[in-house]
Design a protein. Structure first.
Length: 337
């Protein structure tokens, strides 16, 4: 069976040649094990954090020479566990390989679980809208930024997996939504397809000037996927009492130490009594059912679109990942096996 391994730790922007595809022998199943034939796996910016050497408490570093990991769904082909039947679709964290041997653990966030594909959802939805990306957008807006009536919302990396959902959830709840992204096509998609009230490309000019144009009355909530200069611009335009959901900081993932972008406008948070709150989706694992209920109903009524960028085959996966840093994707990036 084939796996994608880390060939060397990238310095700066990762390249497809930092990875390799190798053939490995599958271990024999022991009691409690489940063999899954992966059909889809997720390609996520946070993997970049795990490519640096040195673990943090939240992001374990990938070992050079070892297979990568990531969210995946596939079908059970053999099971030594009573809760998993052959044919069941399983959501688990051992992606980036054709077959995974998984076993339930005490960690409710990462432990493999059977997913219900009977509600006519394609199984990969559990990696996106009904999965970690969706939970991130839903929890970030509703429980971290604590959306209130009348809030003007700004979402950066608005055309990505988390961003597309955050834009639509805020819009569905009746908010004025401003989004940014890195190309004219994405900007058009945000306004014409997803219904953002305004959108702009951060490549088209000064971020702060563009925010001033599109949010003349300021913003109340900033959903931060980018960090660095985007966070700085938002801090300048947040209204007193405004809230920031610190979701991600993709503009800094390729940097280490002194080259990390500095946040220059932090004192604005003092002046305006802003709340900046970081979070990880896993902190909301216990709200998964509530979140999936909301998302199911929005997906079923057609009120939410969930674009996907799909590449096929393990060999194409490294370039799909490195492409996240140049914005090659629209919506959720997935590998189909
Ligand atoms: P996306 O699908 O949004 O892909 C990343 C996008 O980021 C690219 O498409 C690109 O779009 C944009 N981008 C890349 N580099 C830069 C840059 N230097 N400046 C501005 N934009 C850039 O990924 P996700 O939706 O999966 O993730 C979005 C963010 O959310 C990431 O920061 C991620 O780490 C974070 N996240 C956090 C989670 C949590 O639990 N807190 C969970 C999941 C994700 P463009 O063309 O617009 O540049």
């Amino acid at each position: 069976s084939r796996v994608v391994t880390l060939a060397r730790r990238p310095s700066g922007v990762p390249q497809p040649t930092d990875f390799s595809v190798e053939e490995v022998e599958l271990p024999r199943l022991r009691e409690g094990d489940v063999l899954v034939s992966n059909e889809w796996f997720s390609v996520d910016p946070s993997m970049r954090i795990r490519l640096h050497g040195g673990d943090s408490a939240y992001f374990a570093s990938f070992a050079v020479g070892a297979p990568l990991e990531g969210w995946a769904v596939g079908r059970t082909v053999a099971s030594e566990h009573p809760n998993f039947q052959v044919g069941d679709y399983v959501f688990h964290s051992a992606g980036w390989r054709e077959h995974a041997v998984v076993a339930p653990t005490a960690d409710a966030w990462t432990s493999p679980r059977v997913v219900d594909v009977s509600r006519s959802r394609p199984p990969q939805t559990y990696l996106g809208a009904l999965g970690p990306s969706g939970l991130t957008s839903w929890a970030g807006l509703l429980h971290v930024a604590e959306l209130r009536e009348g809030d003007v919302v700004y979402v950066s990396a608005g055309a990505g997996a988390v961003g597309t959902l955050a834009v639509q959830i805020a819009r569905l709840r009746g908010h004025r939504v401003i989004a940014s992204a890195g190309s004219a096509d994405k900007v058009r998609f945000l306004t014409d397809v997803l219904g953002a009230d305004a959108a702009f490309s951060y490549r088209d000019g000064d971020l702060s000037d563009q925010l001033a144009t599109h949010a003349p009355g300021g913003i109340d909530v900033y959903f931060d996927n980018v960090g660095g200069d985007h966070l700085d611009a938002a801090l300048a335009h947040l209204n007193p009492g405004g809230r920031v959901a610190l979701c991600g900081s993709i503009s800094s993932y390729n940097e280490t130490g002194a080259s990390q972008p500095a946040v220059r406008n932090l004192f604005r948070a003092v002046e305006k009594g802003l709340t900046l709150r970081g979070f990880l989706a896993r902190m909301f694992a216990d709200r998964r059912e509530e979140f999936q209920r909301d998302l199911h109903s929005w997906l079923e009524s057609g009120s939410i679109r969930f674009p996907e960028t799909i590449v096929r085959g393990l060999d194409a996966a490294p370039a799909a990942f490195t492409g996240l840093f140049s914005g090659q994707n629209l919506g959720k990036t997935l590998v189909q096996l």
